[in-house]
Ligand binder design. Structure first.
Ligand SMILES: Cc1cc2nc3c(=O)[nH]c(=O)nc-3n(C[C@H](O)[C@H](O)[C@H](O)COP(=O)(O)OP(=O)(O)OC[C@H]3O[C@@H](n4cnc5c(N)ncnc54)[C@H](O)[C@@H]3O)c2cc1C
Length: 570
């Protein structure tokens, strides 16, 4: 049993984790650990294509942080906390210039300034980008910066098992070394959860990396920390039909059309002004309505409509959308330069996450525990996130959260970790290895994917959500009877998938619980039995948490500082 000590432990080596770690490590007297279950540059941030939003005003000088804030709040269906949104949009431009100095190779305008492209729900071209590989270049640049700090230690391919805490403050983490099966305890004053999203609970159809299983959120939930607005899942309109792999919103930003089987640009029926550049929740529903009404190609779960990029021309597609083109060729067998691309909405992003109680610090209800990035809910996205607002969120809150952690650890001490606490991780793993049972991991996971897609997907109602909750509870019981078939400790992916499945099941059930109680339609949460937004009863954040082993729900107010809720029209 090994115990090591760090002033701060950041769990997650994606954009959020790295940006936070860089900021904490600015004080050379502090020792920081970054724990990541995959090698950091394999984190899902690297898959981001389209770009990130900041009101630089490089293309249209009229743009401003205020306009960015308004678009974000309207896009959120008025569920975002407005002070937090302003904090993000006001700090966004400086963050971009900092990245520019750190070496991110942004695409440029003719005069050398950073280029900006139109994105869904935005009043101006505001999204800065590097072709359609923005996340890739961002992640590598952040990793270089983090590597240059002598006081950051990387725990690559280590899996977070649990938090160690005394109910009030965090004392450490228990982590599993995937390479050799050893369990380590890191004693620390502060833990930052930056474990990304969990849209993989939609195993049937998702844009997310296989590892986006919400491990940090599930650990928080099991330890009594609430998850905020967890019912809000974003479905991205343009997933490739066969696989759900993402084709960036940049396709529509650059002028792509959505057409049905009849060749009609159907968005004119749903968002006459913004057309294809309406926010994602609306466009996804519009596609599903077209399919339901028989104007899609094929039927049922495999039906699709088309993305048409042909009129953009080969040169523009090669220059601005090279990855999109390659994905369409490799995974759908069509070339967007000359063919229509079959697409269908796909699970993409989690607006909800670990309850952050103060946007300036990113702290959670547990002292010394912070949450940043997609794993957190600040909330700046409310019920629907605008494209390009996630990357900027993780950078802004990573920076300021990192500053807050730095101050916190300078003024606090380590708490004792008992021998029993230090051993608990290893004992848990041993129990799993000894477990017997007849259930099959892949089958339980596939069933989860069917339930989430069919019963708590783009459209939901009371009956489907109740069923989802019950079905998922049953799967959680069955999880207890899935054995670890592979008994070795070296790179045991069987064990890791088992741990991830438990986390996904727990989160999926929390989504069903939150969704069941929200009797309205808002943003990404669309109830067929309550089709309207209900500000009187539901203009509030939900908090889902465990109390004595069962899920509970509470609500807290939304902070409205400037814009009163209005009907969303595009
Ligand atoms: C295909 C795709 C395209 C996107 N495009 C855009 C875009 O153009 N613009 C935009 O703003 N947003 C985009 N998004 C959303 C955005 O990329 C993500 O929300 C964001 O990158 C999440 O960053 P993160 O650091 O929070 O998490 P991630 O980048 O997912 O990193 C999570 C980290 O946590 C670690 N981790 C997880 N579990 C454990 C565990 N148990 N133990 C140890 N470590 C763990 C992982 O190893 C990883 O390092 C896109 C998302 C997808 C899926």
């Amino acid at each position: 049993m090994t115990v090591k000590r760090y002033d701060a432990v950041v769990v997650g080596g994606g954009g959020a984790g790295l940006r936070t770690a860089i900021e904490i490590a600015r004080d050379p007297s502090l020792k920081v650990a970054v724990v990541s279950k995959v090698y950091p540059t394999r984190s899902h941030t690297g898959a981001a294509q389209g770009g990130m939003n900041a009101a630089l005003g490089n293309v249209v000088p009229d743009d401003s942080p205020e306009a960015h804030a308004y678009d974000t709040i309207k896009g959120s269906d008025f569920l975002a906390d407005q002070d937090a949104v302003f904090f993000m949009t006001e700090n966004a431009p400086e963050i971009i210039y900092e990245l520019d100095r750190w070496g991110v190779p942004f695409s440029r305008l003719e005069d050398g300034r950073i280029a900006q492209r139109p994105f869904g729900g935005a009043s101006f071209p505001r999204t800065v980008y590097a072709a359609d590989k923005t996340g890739h270049v961002l992640l590598h640049t952040l990793f270089e910066q983090a590597l240059s700090k002598d006081n950051i230690d990387f725990y690559n391919e280590f899996f977070l098992l649990d938090l160690i805490h005394d109910g009030e403050r965090v004392k450490g983490v228990s982590i599993y070394d995937i390479k050799n099966g050893e369990v380590l305890t890191l004693q620390t004053k502060a833990v930052v959860l930056a474990t990304g999203g969990f849209a993989r609970i939609y195993w049937f159809r998702s844009t997310n990396a296989i590892g986006n299983t919400g491990d940090g959120q599930a650990v928080a939930l099991r330890n009594g920390i609430p998850l905020k607005d967890i019912e809000f899942i974003q479905f991205h309109p343009t997933g490739l039909a066969k696989t759900g792999i993402l084709l960036s919103e940049a396709c529509r930003g650059e002028g792509g059309y959505l057409v049905n089987r009849l060749g009609e640009r159907f968005m004119k029926r749903y968002a006459p002004e913004k057309m294809e550049l309406a926010p994602r929740d609306m466009v996804s529903r519009a596609i599903e309505y077209e399919i339901m009404e028989g104007r899609g190609v094929g039927e049922g779960a495999r039906a699709y409509i088309y993305l048409d990029l042909r009129h953009l021309g080969e040169e523009k597609i090669r220059e601005r959308l090279p990855q999109v083109r390659q994905l369409a060729i490799d995974f759908e067998g069509v070339d967007p330069v000359k063919d229509l691309v079959p697409i269908r909405p796909t699970a993409h992003y989690c607006m909800g996450g670990v309850h952050v109680t103060d946007y300036r610090t990113s702290e959670t209800p547990m002292r010394g525990l912070y949450a940043i990035g997609e794993c957190a809910c600040v909330s700046v996205h409310g019920a629907n996130r605008l494209g390009g607002n996630s990357l900027i969120e993780l950078l802004v809150f990573g920076k300021f959260g990192g500053m807050a952690v730095r101050e916190f650890v300078k003024n606090s001490d380590y708490a004792e970790i008992s021998e029993g606490e230090a051993k608990s991780g290893e004992e848990f793993i041993e129990r799993l290895f000894k477990r017997e049972g007849k259930e099959n991991l892949a089958q339980v996971r596939a069933q989860m994917g069917e339930i989430t897609w069919a019963k708590m997907g783009i459209f939901r109602d009371e009956k489907s959500l109740k069923e989802a909750y019950e079905d998922l509870s049953e799967l959680l019981e069955r999880w207890e009877n899935i054995p670890v078939v592979d008994k070795t400790r070296v790179f045991n992916t069987n064990l890791i998938e088992l741990l991830e499945l438990r986390n996904m099941l727990e989160l999926a059930r929390a989504v069903a619980w939150g969704a069941l109680h929200r009797k309205e339609s808002r943003g990404g949460h669309s109830r067929e039995d309550y089709p309207d937004r209900d500000d009187e009863n539901f203009l509030k954040h939900s908090l889902v948490y465990y109390d004595n082993g069962s899920l509970k729900i509470e609500y807290i107010p939304v902070r409205i500082t400037k814009y009163q809720p209005a009907e969303r029209k595009y």
